[in-house]
Design a protein around this ligand. Structure first.
Ligand SMILES: [Fe+2]
Length: 311
């Protein structure tokens, strides 16, 4: 990684290639992103009632707080309007919807000082999404819902773009994770943490980059980037949205970022839906990435809501 493109107008193909080479893209406010933020705020503010959502962590009991998030997050994730707004974003950013596949947008929250700890509020440790069976052509889109600053940002660790990190990804299989582990995000914090691949050596967190877009802005980056949530010391809960995209041509051609240290098995490609009609990727294309037999079909069981282990 050596460049950050600001409000770049290169086309989607060139942008994807640059992302695979480790560059970051940061955009200032766009109408389609603002519309998604506004919708998220509506749901968030409705869920917290009379409380300011960014302050509610200081006023609610832990079980009450987690219960609100456990209702709020799946509502946003599976709301038809979320998908429709995401289509508008892809259009505005020049993506070919007939070949661009996305997974559902996730609503994330990281509490100030790690309070109200659960899998629904946890600020994630340094990781690459590829440690969690993401394809190397995955692009991550990350955007703040309320204003953020340097104490509540997303951090990138550029020296590790080319440098391997000893990690636990060889123990991670996407199908096992779906079946057994992710459902415990709300109620079993220890299980949630233990089941995630993490660095198995000391990471030098500095130097790090913290792009800070305004509300309505977005950061685009490769799923192979080492990234983490900055420990939130802002005094407020950080709400953000993230989603991922892949382009059919790149999936077929197995184009993407270099793999420096990921050894996860299975693939998350079944999570992705086509931008036009929400159809899934063809099985024969996914088969290019399946390194384990699917067995009796149970292995692709998809629970109604799962908190992805990403920031
Ligand atoms: Fe992530």
């Amino acid at each position: 990684m050596d460049s950050i493109y600001i409000d770049s107008d290169v086309d989607d193909r060139v942008r994807r290639q640059s992302i695979y080479e480790g560059e970051l893209f940061v955009f200032s406010a766009r109408p389609s992103i603002l519309a998604l933020c506004e919708f998220a705020r509506e749901l968030i503010e409705e869920a917290f009632g009379s409380f300011d959502p960014q302050e509610a962590q200081h006023h609610l009991a832990a079980d009450e707080y987690v219960a609100i998030l456990a209702r709020l997050k799946p509502r946003f994730v599976h709301h038809p309007r979320s998908k429709a707004l995401l289509q508008r974003i892809l259009e505005e950013f020049g993506c070919d919807l007939s070949k661009t596949y996305f997974d559902v947008p996730r609503l994330k929250s990281v509490t100030h000082a790690g309070q109200q700890a659960s899998g629904l509020t946890y600020g994630i440790h340094p990781h690459r999404d590829t440690w969690y069976s993401a394809p190397f052509c995955q692009q991550n889109w990350w955007l703040p819902v309320y204003p953020i600053g340097m104490t509540s940002a997303l951090a990138f660790h550029p020296r590790y773009w080319k440098e391997p990190v000893r990690n636990g990804s060889s123990q991670f299989n996407h199908y096992r994770w779906n079946k057994y582990a992710r459902k415990s995000a709300a109620d079993n914090f220890d299980d949630y943490l233990q089941n995630q691949p993490r660095p198995e050596e000391t990471i030098e967190l500095e130097p790090q980059l913290r792009p800070i877009p305004p509300v309505g802005g977005v950061i685009l980056f490769s799923g192979a980037q080492l990234h983490s949530a900055v420990p939130n010391s802002s005094g407020k809960t950080r709400f953000s949205i993230d989603f991922r995209t892949v382009h059919l041509d790149d999936v077929k051609a197995k184009i993407g970022a270099l793999n420096v240290d990921s050894a996860a098995t299975g693939t998350s490609l079944r999570d992705f839906m086509r931008g036009t009609d929400f159809s899934r990727l063809p099985e024969q294309v996914i088969g290019l990435y399946d390194d384990e037999p699917l067995g009796d079909g149970e292995l692709v069981f998809r629970p109604p809501f799962l908190e992805k282990p990403t920031v």
